[in-house]
Design a protein around this ligand. Structure first.
Ligand code: TYD
Length: 338
């Protein structure tokens, strides 16, 4: 019998969390994974269906802001907690910020307390480039001040600040990764890439905010998951690591490529809509520190994007039920008046 390390993966039914769970069970024979997930709208058991039968996989339903559920998931102890659980969509944070404070701020606090109480030897906080705010020139380094500008980014920044303060005050063995915009299979279709791919399949127009010249740097979800596992195992406690895709594109460039891959024309496919309030023009990360630690992304953007489009074409069984449920009401609220 192999003695397993056990990792608690919070938010493991979400987009990046489930990619991490699939990767770890595939590539780390000595790791067992417990997922703690509250199964709010974006947490979907189908995201881990391919590994759920593995004897090293277990699941606990619960909210990270609920200390009793966190204790139940930790059970007799875990070697590490990797926190993917978060409210993540900027547009939703503009409509309803409160859930972001509860999960991203209070939930992080509850997990940090659990790490102290159970003397867990590693805690990794999955964060975002958005905490640095709008970056007009150059690229954000880990030592740069954080200047979050949306309720979402502010809630993630609140989480990050607690994590670092616990390291300073209690020597809690923490790590933070800040990833750039992530894309790939199993991404909930509220985000730019899966929303646009699926709208195009449905023959709907794609809503481009403002002039579409905002810049994001795109990271494939498998590279992101690999980076998080690498930092968890190789990183220095107390440190932050940026994980960048190295694929900076304007939203219009992405839009045009998705329209081309769908075999549609620009004029028949795009709807220019009112810009997002406080919309950050550009994010850019300097990932030299993660590169020095031995991680770099390996999925080329053209290939990754084409494979992602192909995945959504093959997996209508995955996204059609999502788009026909509560999502319709969200879409109406978000886009009808723009
Ligand atoms: P999004 O996927 O929401 O990620 P984030 O805001 O966290 O970067 O959006 C990516 C970019 O695409 C962002 O500049 C906003 C823009 N966008 C649109 O133009 N239309 C849309 O319908 C969505 C969802 C996003």
């Amino acid at each position: 019998m192999v003695a397993h390390r056990r990792w608690l993966v919070t938010g493991g039914l979400g987009f990046i969390g489930s990619a991490f769970v699939r990767l770890v069970l595939r590539e780390r024979a000595d790791v067992a994974v417990t997922v703690l997930d509250s199964m709010t709208y974006a947490g979907n058991p189908a995201n881990v269906a391919e590994v759920a039968h593995d004897h090293r996989y277990s699941f606990v339903r619960g909210d990270i802001a609920d200390a009793a559920r966190v204790d139940a998931a930790i059970g007799e102890g875990v070697d590490a907690i990797v926190n993917f659980a978060a409210e993540t969509h900027v547009d939703r944070s503009i409509l309803e910020p409160e859930a972001f404070i509860r999960t991203d701020v209070l939930g992080t606090h509850v997990l940090l307390e659990a790490v102290r109480r159970h003397k867990i030897s590693r805690y990794l906080q999955v964060s975002t480039d958005e905490v640095y705010g709008d970056v007009e020139h150059g690229a954000s380094r880990e030592t740069d001040p954080i200047r979050p500008r949306s309720p979402y980014a502010a809630s993630k920044a609140g989480g990050d600040l607690q994590v670092l303060a616990y390291h300073t005050t209690f020597e809690t063995p923490v790590l933070i990764t800040r990833g750039s915009n992530t894309y790939g299979p199993y991404q909930y279709p509220e985000k730019l890439i899966p929303l646009f791919i699926t709208n195009l399949v449905e023959g709907e127009r794609v809503p481009v905010y403002g002039d579409g010249l905002q810049v994001r740097d795109w990271l494939h979800v498998d590279d992101h998951a690999r980076g998080i596992a690498h930092v968890l195992e190789q990183g220095t406690p107390g440190e932050v690591y940026n994980l960048a895709g190295g694929n900076s594109r304007t939203n219009l460039e992405i839009t045009k490529e998705l329209i081309r891959l769908a075999g549609r024309s620009y004029d028949d496919s795009v709807r220019h809509v009112t810009d997002r309030p406080g919309h950050d023009r550009r994010y850019a990360l300097d990932a030299a520190k993660a590169h020095a630690l031995g991680w770099s992304p390996s999925v080329g953007f053209a290939t990754g994007l084409a494979e992602t489009v192909a995945w959504y074409h093959q997996r209508e069984d995955w996204w059609r039920p999502i788009k026909s449920g509560d999502f319709r009401e969200y879409y109406r609220r978000q886009y009808a008046l723009r």
